[in-house]
Design a protein around this ligand. Structure first.
Ligand code: ADP
Ligand code: MG
Length: 525
């Protein structure tokens, strides 16, 4: 009789089979986990040859599993090798780590920022035989952080520039107008007239600098109109041709049926000139500049290194050159005021910062693409209007300075500007009342007998702004007209300080002539 024991599994065999099944289940579980993981998982042996390369690693780095198995991982770029070797040695000694930032590359060469965690792989004798790495792609997060840093930096520099420019505007207005007065008081053959003229010119040069700083800080007062960008370009073309060299060809490609935008035409001209000058400077041995417009629409926000273009409809303006292109450093800093790579005396570093400020204040975006030795394209996107008819720019007259006898109330907190304006207007025959601020002006209105024809007021004042003051005065004297003066808006960033249609605006710094003409125009004829 055979003993059942003979055919029964050997002692412990049932346990072994169960252990086999469990091992199989665990292996399947791990394999599924590795395969389905949204994070890249890569294992390498003690010789750094790839043991495993999951689906997410294929997606992230671009190499298929069969291309890398049994070889060193190709995703560590040369500049990251030292750090990688150090980390590898640490983990081989048994030290795991998590969440280290590292640099990798894709098969197509694109750099990747990753967050890397690694742990040792051990054999059954507990000896370390390789390492296992879990990799998360943080490229986008790093880009967002960089954008935020960039935006904060521009914000801070803008606030600084705007503050300085604001104070200088007041000072320059006083200098310019006193030089005007001095000049007018000297006889035609007086040699000191030349000195006064020199002061006037220098003040004008300084004013154009402060204007550029204000533009960058997005604190300019906009006088926007509905405009057709193609018309602006056509009007500017002859001037642009004169600016650039004969060796540089200028091509314009206006889009048919281009939509309209709401922007300050003078400022758009400034944008065009600054971009064209930079294109010219990038091509000292000649080349071509292409100015192009187009209607574009984005259905989703588009990120670029200097911000995000919101989804929507835009009018695009691009200026392309085939010049020297921009280095990484120039790309990182070109929109900052005073960043220039040009030799002293040639560049001011204010061109692109002005463009940036103007475009952002108009609710648009500016971006660029560039390649060293090949060329650069700067692209401006301005919000496209649904409808609207463009209005031409006003012509500037040129007769003798107009005079008048009306009563003007001047409200300005800066005493030098206040007394200067009073003097200039009285010289032209006007009755001038002055006040330091809104409350002062309202009190004066109570005391004054007889009409006040024009309120000439600073726009930004503590406590009561110019437009509130005008409203309160007009409540009792509806015929009162208002002319605002300012070099600065108190608006927050990208906030459009727009002048009400029936009132006029005088930008500081102004010349004596501008003041007198604008006052006459505001009073009517
Ligand atoms: P500036 O022209 O006075 O140097 P910008 O603000 O206009 O100041 O430009 C800043 C810098 O950006 C330039 O010095 C130059 O290095 C770079 N840059 C701007 N536009 C171009 C371009 N089209 N091609 C190459 N580099 C450019
Ligand atoms: Mg420039």
């Amino acid at each position: 009789m055979s003993t059942p024991l003979l055919f029964a599994p050997p002692a412990g065999a049932a346990d072994l089979a169960r252990a086999h099944r469990e091992l199989h289940t665990t292996t399947q579980l791990l394999r599924t986990l590795v395969h389905a993981s949204p994070l890249a998982i890569v294992a390498i042996d003690g010789e750094q040859n790839v043991l495993s390369w999951n689906h997410a690693a294929e997606q992230l780095f671009g190499w298929r599993e069969h291309e890398v198995l049994g070889r060193p991982a190709p995703n560590v770029p040369p500049e990251a090798q030292d750090e990688f070797q150090r980390q590898f040695a640490d983990v081989m000694r048994g030290a795991a780590f998590t969440g280290c930032r590292a640099l990798r590359r894709r098969k197509d060469g694109a750099p990747l920022d990753i967050s890397l965690s690694a742990a040792p792989l051990r054999d059954d004798g507990n000896a370390v035989v390789g390492i296992m790495m879990i990799i998360a792609d943080i490229t986008e997060r790093m880009q967002l952080e960089e954008q935020l840093r960039q935006a904060q930096k521009m914000e801070a520099v803008g606030r600084l520039a705007g503050g300085i420019a604001h104070d200088f505007n007041n000072l320059l207005t006083v200098i310019r107008c006193h030089a005007d007065l001095l000049h007018a008081s000297l006889d035609a053959d007086d040699p000191r007239r030349e000195d006064a003229v020199e002061v006037m010119h220098t003040a004008d040069r300084a004013s154009s600098l402060t204007r550029q700083l204000l533009a960058f800080s997005r604190k300019q007062v906009l006088q926007p109109r509905i405009i057709d960008l193609n018309v602006v370009i056509t009007d500017m073309e002859r001037m642009l041709r004169r600016l650039i060299d004969a060796t540089v060809e200028l091509v314009t490609i206006p889009a048919p049926a281009l939509g309209h935008v709401r922007a300050d035409p003078g400022q758009l001209e400034q944008v065009l000139v600054n971009l064209a000058l930079n294109a010219r400077d990038a091509m000292p041995r000649g080349g071509s500049i292409i100015i192009e417009t187009a209607n574009v629409a984005f259905s989703a926000p588009r990120a670029h290194p200097h911000g995000v273009v919101r989804a929507g409809e835009y009018v695009m303006l691009s200026i392309t050159d085939n010049g020297r292109g921009m280095t990484a450093e120039a790309q990182a800093h070109c929109f900052e005021p005073f960043f220039t790579t040009k030799e002293q005396g040639k560049g001011t570093g204010l061109g692109l910062s002005t463009v940036y400020g103007i475009v952002r204040q108009s609710g648009g975006h500016v971006t660029f693409r560039t390649e060293l030795g090949k060329g650069t394209t700067f692209t401006v996107y301005l919000p496209r209007l649904a409808t609207g008819t463009p209005i031409g720019m006003p012509a500037i007259g040129s007769d003798v300075l107009p005079r008048g006898t009306e009563t003007i109330l001047v409200v300005e907190d800066e005493s030098a500007v206040r007394s200067l304006v009073k003097r200039l207007l009285e010289r032209q025959g006007y009755q001038v009342l002055t006040a330091r601020h809104g409350a002062d002006a309202l009190a004066l209105r109570e005391r004054h007998e007889g009409p006040i024809h024009l309120l000439l007021t600073d726009m930004v004042m503590p406590e009561m702004g110019g437009s509130e003051l005008a409203e309160r005065l007009q409540a009792t004297s509806p015929q009162l007209r208002a002319l605002y003066m300012s070099g600065y808006t108190a608006g927050t960033n990208e906030h459009h300080e727009i002048i009400a249609p029936r009132s006029a605006f005088l930008a500081k710094p102004f010349s004596a002539e501008e003041l007198v003409r604008r006052v006459r125009a505001a009073l009517g004829g």
